[in-house]
Write a protein that binds this ligand. Structure first.
Ligand SMILES: *[C@@H]1O[C@H](CO)[C@@H](O)[C@H](O)[C@H]1NC(C)=O
Ligand SMILES: *[C@@H]1O[C@H](CO)[C@@H](O)[C@H](O)[C@H]1NC(C)=O
Ligand SMILES: *[C@@H]1O[C@H](CO)[C@@H](O)[C@H](O)[C@H]1NC(C)=O
Ligand SMILES: *[C@@H]1O[C@H](CO)[C@@H](O)[C@H](O)[C@H]1NC(C)=O
Ligand SMILES: *[C@@H]1O[C@H](CO)[C@@H](O)[C@H](O)[C@H]1NC(C)=O
Ligand SMILES: *[C@@H]1O[C@H](CO)[C@@H](O)[C@H](O)[C@H]1NC(C)=O
Ligand SMILES: *[C@@H]1O[C@H](CO)[C@@H](O)[C@H](O)[C@H]1NC(C)=O
Ligand SMILES: *[C@@H]1O[C@H](CO)[C@@H](O)[C@H](O)[C@H]1NC(C)=O
Ligand SMILES: *[C@@H]1O[C@H](CO)[C@@H](O)[C@H](O)[C@H]1NC(C)=O
Ligand SMILES: *[C@@H]1O[C@H](CO)[C@@H](O)[C@H](O)[C@H]1NC(C)=O
Ligand SMILES: *[C@@H]1O[C@H](CO)[C@@H](O)[C@H](O)[C@H]1NC(C)=O
Ligand SMILES: *[C@@H]1O[C@H](CO)[C@@H](O)[C@H](O)[C@H]1NC(C)=O
Length: 821
C-alpha cells in the first residue's frame, strides 16, 4: 500500500525539481556590465570561465584597465586579451582590430590607422551594448555592428557593415590589426605579416606587464571569412600600402609605440565578415593552431552557445529562491559569482618559462586581494579549479623559487604586504583540497616565505626577516643589508606576516609537523609587539575619538614611532599610502582598520581592546565614521567581526548597511576596482550568509538574502542548504533567533567546510530583534587565545583543552572534531 504512494510522491518531487531546473537559469541574472564604469575596471566582455581569450571593445577611457568602459569614452579597437577589475596600468588589450565600412574614395590612406585617430569613429550608443556570459556586442556610430565570443584561447568576431560608408559609397570593408596594447607598452621590434592569398595576419611584439617588472612576448594569428579579399598590406603611423606585406617596427624615439600593423580589405560588406584571432605566449604557429582547432568553421552560433553553456555549467551549482526578492538583488548575487571566474586565467600549455606537466594559471592579480574571499569562494563552488590554481602556485615556486604575491602576463607583480599565498595554500589545505597537489612541496614553499629573505622582496617573499626573527616585528626604518624592497608598511607587514605564520602553522599541524606548528604559532603572536596600549586617537581637528590602544610603528631600538591612527583611512585625502617609497606604515588602510587584522586571535585582541563591548563600539565607530571603506579588501572581514564579540546580529545588520548601498547592480555600482572578482565574491558570500575567515575552517553565519540558498559541491555531489524561516524580503527581520543543523539545535555562530562537502542543512529562524542566539562564549568562532569578559564564563573543561575546546592550540581543527561533541 505504501509503495504507490511513495512512487507518486517521489515522481511528483522529481517532476517538480526538473521543472525548477528547467525554469531557473542563473545566467538570466548575470550582468557583466556591473563595474564597467566609475573605476570598477571590470572586464565586461566575452570569455570562458578562467579563459585566456577575453574579447571586448576597448575604449580610450583613463579607466580602461578591463578594456571596455561605459563612461562616455569611445571605442578604439577590439582585442582578445584582458584582465578584470585591476588597478595599476591597463593590462593587455594586445593586437586590437578595427573595422571600417570603406576608406573614403577607395583610398586606403583615407582610413584612420593609429589608435588616437580612429577614436573619431568609435562613438557608440549605450543602448547598443549587449553583454552576456560568453558574448559581447556593440554598434559603432557609423553603423558597424560587432559581435564577439570566445573559446579558451581564441576569439571569434563578427562585423556586420552598413551598405555604404560615411562617404556614401558602397561598402568595401577594411579591417586593421594594430601592434599595440591598452597601455601603449610595446617595445622595440614588433612585427607583423599579412598573407595576400588568405589574408591571414600573424605577428608578435614585446610588452610590459601592468603591475610588475619584466616583460613578455605575445604572438597572434588572425583569419578572415565572409567576403572576397580585395587587397592587404601593412601600415605605419597614418600611411598604409598594399604593396608591402611584412613589417618590423621600432618603438620609436618619441616615447610611444609608433602605430603599425596590417590590414585586409574586402570587395563586399554584404555579409558579415568573421574574424577568428588567437594569441599565444609560445609562437605564432601555436596561435594559428588555436584558431584552427578551436574555431574550425567560424561557426558563431556554435561557439557562442558553447561559451554560454560553459558558464551555465559553472553557475548551476548555486541555486537561490528568488521568491519575493527584488530582481536586482538576484542580479547582484549571480553577477558577483560570475566575476569570480574571469581571473585567474588558465594559461596551461601557454607558459614558455618552464616545461612542466602541471597546470599553469596566471593573473593572480593580486593575492593580497584574492585571499580574503575570492579564492575561498571558488573553494566552495569550483574546488577542481582551485586545486589546479594551487598546483600552479606551487609549480611557480618550484621554477621561480618563490610563491607569487601577484602575477600577471608571465611576470612577477608587486607584493603589497605579507606573503599571502601562504593564506591561500592554508585555506585550501584545511578545507581538504587535494586533487593532485603535492602538499609537501606546498609546505616547503610557505616555509621558505617565512625563513628566507629574497635579495629583492619587491615581488615575492618577505623583507626584514632578520629583524622579524630577532625583534619580533618589522621596525620602521629597518636596517636590512640582505634584501631590498620598499621599506614602508612596517605595521601592516608585521600584522600580515603574523597571520601568514599562523596559516603555515595550520598546514604544519595537518602534516603532523608538531615542532613547526608550535614554532609558527609562536611567531604568529608577533602582532602583539606593535600594540601600544596607551595610544590615543584624535581627529585631525584635535577632537579625540575616545579610543585607547592602537598598533604603532616601532624602531630598531624598540622605542615607539608614531603614525596617526586615522591616517591612510578613507577620510585621509593627503597621505601617500600605497607602494610609493614615501608610503606610510600601513598599506592602503589605516591603523584603525589594521587594528582588527588579527584573524587568528580575535579573543586576545578583544581583551587588549577592552573586552567585547569596547570591541563592538570600536567596530561601529570604524564603519559609522567612514574610517573604513568597503571598496578596499581589508574592510571585508570587519563587516563580520562582530561575531567574535558574540554579536552576530550586528554583522547581519552591517552586511545590509553595505549591500546594496555600496554594491548596486549597475555599471557604476561597485565601490572600487573589482580586483579580479574580489568585490564580486564579497557580495556573493555576504548574500549567501556564510562569510569566511580565510585560512581557517570557519564561516561566520548571517541570514542569506534569499529564503533559501543551495550549493552543490561539484566534487562530492552533496548539496548544502541554508534556509531562512520567517524570511522577510524587505530585510527587516534579519536577526537569527534560533538555528538547526540537520535538524539538531545549533547555537554556534559559525560553521566549518564540512557543511559544504557533506551537504548539510542549516535552518535559521529569523526575527526583527537581536536574540541570544550565537552570543554565548561557547558559540564563538575559534581563536588562538581565550575569550574573556563574556558573561557566559568558560567551563573548566574548555580551559584545559578537553573536548570541544575552541582554542587553536587545543583540539580544534584536528580531523574528527565533531559538532556538538
Ligand atoms: C552612457 O553611460 C555612461 C555611464 O552611465 C554615461 O556616462 C554616458 O554619458 C552614457 N552615454 C550616453 C550617450 O548616454
Ligand atoms: C577619446 O577619443 C575621443 C574622440 O577622438 C576624444 O575626444 C577624447 O579626448 C579621447 N579621450 C582620451 C582619454 O584620450
Ligand atoms: C631589435 O632588433 C635589433 C636588430 O636585430 C636588435 O639589435 C635589438 O636588440 C632588438 N631590440 C629588442 C628590444 O628586441
Ligand atoms: C614575410 O613574412 C612571412 C611570414 O612571416 C615570411 O614567410 C616571408 O618570407 C616574409 N617576406 C619577406 C619579403 O620578408
Ligand atoms: C529593487 O531594487 C532597486 C535597486 O536597489 C530599486 O531601485 C527598486 O526600487 C527596487 N524595487 C522594488 C520593487 O523594491
Ligand atoms: C585549464 O586548461 C587545461 C588545458 O586546456 C585543462 O585541461 C583544464 O581543465 C583547465 N582547467 C580549468 C579549471 O578549466
Ligand atoms: C572634528 O572632526 C570630527 C570628525 O569629522 C567631528 O566628528 C568633530 O565634530 C570635529 N570637531 C570639531 C570641534 O570640529
Ligand atoms: C631610538 O631610535 C629612534 C629612531 O632612530 C631615535 O629617534 C631615538 O632617539 C632612539 N631612542 C633611544 C632611547 O635610543
Ligand atoms: C595625516 O592625514 C592628515 C589628513 O589627511 C594630513 O593632513 C597629514 O598630513 C597626514 N600626516 C602624515 C604624516 O601623512
Ligand atoms: C559616511 O559616508 C556616507 C556616504 O558614503 C555619508 O552618507 C555619511 O554621512 C558619512 N558619515 C560620516 C559620519 O561622515
Ligand atoms: C523588538 O524590540 C522592540 C524594541 O525593544 C520592541 O518594541 C518590539 O516589541 C520587539 N519586537 C519583537 C517582535 O519582539
Ligand atoms: C553582560 O551582562 C551585562 C549585565 O547584564 C550586560 O550589560 C552586558 O552587555 C553583558 N556583556 C556581554 C558581553 O554580553
Amino acid at each position: 500500500m505504501m509503495a504507490p504512494f511513495l512512487a507518486l510522491c517521489c515522481f511528483l518531487g522529481l517532476a517538480h525539481r526538473l521543472l525548477a531546473q528547467s525554469t531557473f537559469d542563473p545566467l538570466a541574472y548575470v550582468d557583466p556590465l556591473i563595474g564597467a564604469s566609475d573605476g570598477g575596471n571590470v572586464f565586461p566582455g566575452a570569455s570562458l570561465p578562467y579563459g585566456m581569450a577575453k574579447a571586448v571593445a576597448d575604449t580610450n577611457s583613463s579607466s580602461n584597465q578591463g578594456g571596455f568602459t561605459l563612461d562616455g569614452s569611445v571605442v578604439t579597437g577590439f582585442s582578445t586579451m584582458h584582465d578584470s577589475g585591476t588597478g595599476g596600468s591597463p593590462s593587455l588589450g594586445n593586437f586590437a582590430l578595427f573595422p571600417y565600412t570603406n576608406c573614403p574614395g577607395g583610398d586606403i590612406d583615407q582610413c584612420a590607422f593609429p589608435k588616437k585617430a580612429r577614436a573619431r569613429f568609435g562613438a557608440f550608443a549605450n543602448s547598443s551594448v549587449s553583454a552576456k556570459p560568453g558574448t559581447f556586442g556593440i554598434t559603432l556610430a557609423g553603423g558597424i555592428r560587432a559581435e564577439m565570443t570566445t573559446t579558451q584561447h581564441a576569439s571569434l568576431f563578427s562585423f556586420s557593415f552598413p551598405s555604404t560608408g560615411l562617404d556614401g559609397q558602397p561598402a568595401q570593408p577594411l579591417i586593421l590589426q594594430d601592434l599595440t596594447d591598452l597601455a601603449d607598452s610595446r617595445q622595440d621590434n614588433g612585427s607583423v605579416s599579412v598573407d595576400s592569398e588568405t589574408g591571414r595576419i600573424t605577428g608578435s611584439a614585446r610588452f610590459l606587464p601592468s603591475f610588475g617588472g619584466g616583460n613578455f612576448v605575445l604572438y597572434f594569428c588572425t583569419d578572415f571569412k565572409g567576403a572576397e579579399i580585395l587587397d592587404s598590406g601593412i601600415f605605419v603611423n597614418s600611411r598604409a600600402s598594399a604593396a608591402v606585406k611584412n613589417l618590423t617596427i621600432s618603438r620609436s624615439i618619441n616615447g610611444y609605440p609608433l602605430p603599425g600593423g596590417a590590414f585586409v580589405r574586402f570587395k563586399s560588406g554584404a555579409k558579415p565578415i568573421l574574424v577568428r584571432t588567437a594569441t599565444s605566449f609560445i609562437s605564432a604557429a601555436q596561435a594559428c593552431s588555436h584558431v584552427e582547432t578551436e574555431i574550425p568553421g567560424f561557426d558563431f552560433a556554435g561557439i557562442s552557445n558553447a561559451a554560454t553553456e560553459a558558464w551555465r555549467a559553472k553557475m548551476s551549482p548555486i541555486k537561490v529562491s528568488t521568491k519575493g526578492v527584488n530582481e536586482s538583488t538576484v542580479t547582484n548575487f549571480y553577477s558577483g559569482i560570475y566575476r569570480t571566474m574571469i581571473n585567474p586565467q588558465n594559461y596551461t600549455g601557454e607558459n614558455p618559462l618552464w616545461s612542466s606537466s602541471e597546470p599553469y594559471f596566471d593573473s593572480f592579480y593580486c593575492i593580497w586581494d584574492l585571499f580574503r574571499s575570492q579564492l575561498p569562494f571558488l573553494t566552495i563552488t569550483d574546488p577542481v579549479a582551485v586545486a589546479q590554481m594551487i598546483r600552479s602556485l606551487i609549480d611557480t615556486y618550484r621554477h621561480v623559487g618563490w610563491l607569487p604575491d601577484c602575477r600577471m602576463s608571465l611576470n612577477k607583480g608587486y607584493t603589497q604586504g605579507g606573503s599571502n599565498a601562504d593564506n591561500v595554500l592554508a585555506d585550501a589545505f584545511i578545507k581538504g583540497i587535494k586533487d593532485g597537489i603535492n602538499w609537501n612541496d606546498g609546505y616547503t614553499a610557505v616555509v621558505k616565505d617565512a625563513e628566507v629573505e629574497p635579495y629583492d622582496w619587491c615581488c615575492e617573499g618577505r623583507g626584514g626577516l632578520d629583524s622579524w626573527k630577532s625583534l619580533g616585528y618589522i621596525p620602521v626604518q629597518d636596517f636590512d643589508y640582505k634584501g631590498f624592497g620598499t621599506m614602508t608598511r612596517s605595521i601592516s607587514r608585521t600584522l600580515e606576516y603574523s597571520y601568514n605564520d599562523f596559516c603555515i602553522s595550520q598546514i604544519a599541524k595537518g602534516l603532523g609537523k608538531t615542532g613547526d606548528e608550535e614554532k609558527y604559532l609562536g611567531t604568529s603572536e608577533h602582532w602583539k609587539n606593535l600594540y601600544k596600549a596607551d595610544q590615543t586617537s584624535a581627529w585631525w581637528n584635535g577632537t579625540d575619538t575616545g579610543f585607547v590602544g592602537f598598533f604603532e610603528p616601532r624602531f630598531l631600538n624598540k622605542t615607539w614611532g608614531f603614525q596617526n591612527p586615522l591616517n591612510c583611512s578613507n577620510l585621509d585625502q593627503f597621505s601617500v599610502c600605497s607602494l610609493q617609497n614615501t608610503g606610510r606604515e600601513t598599506f592602503e588602510s589605516s591603523i584603525w582598520e589594521y587594528g582588527f587584522f588579527v584573524p587568528h586571535d580575535q579573543a586576545t585582541l578583544m581583551t587588549l581592546l577592552g573586552g567585547p563591548e569596547a570591541f563592538v563600539r570600536r567596530l561601529d565607530y570604524l564603519h559609522d565614521q567612514n574610517i573604513t571603506y568597503i571598496g578596499n579588501e581589508p574592510a571585508f572581514l570587519t563587516v563580520f567581526q562582530y561575531h567574535y564579540a558574540g554579536r552576530p546580529a550586528l554583522s547581519a545588520k552591517r552586511s545590509h548597511f553595505y549591500i546594496p548601498s555600496f554594491f548596486a547592480p549597475t555599471p557604476d555600482g561597485l565601490p572600487g576596482n573589482d580586483d579580479s572578482g574580489a568585490m564580486g565574491s564579497f557580495v556573493a558570500f555576504a548574500m549567501m550568509g556564510l562569510f569566511p575567515n580565510p585560512g581557517q575552517d570557519v564561516y561566520l553565519i548571517t541570514p542569506p538574502y534569499f529564503e533559501r540558498v543551495a550549493v552543490t559541491n561539484p566534487t562530492t555531489g552533496a548539496t548544502a542548504v541554508v534556509r531562512n524561516v520567517g524570511f522577510d524580503a524587505s530585510y527587516r527581520d534579519i536577526y537569527i533567533q534560533s538555528a538547526t543543523l540537520d535538524g539538531e539545535p545549533y547555537t554556534r555562530n559559525w560553521i566549518d567546510h564540512s557543511f559544504f562537502t557533506d551537504g548539510k542543512e542549516l535552518v535559521l529562524t529569523l526575527g526583527r530583534n537581536e536574540s541570544t542566539w550565537g552570543t554565548h562564549v561557547d558559540d564563538l568562532p575559534p581563536s588562538l587565545g581565550h575569550y574573556a569578559g563574556f558573561n557566559g564564563t568558560y567551563s573548566a573543561k574548555r580551559m584545559t583543552g578537553a573536548t570541544g575546546v575552541r582554542s587553536y592550540r587545543g583540539e580544534f581543527g584536528i580531523s574528527g572534531n565533531k559538532w556538538g561533541s
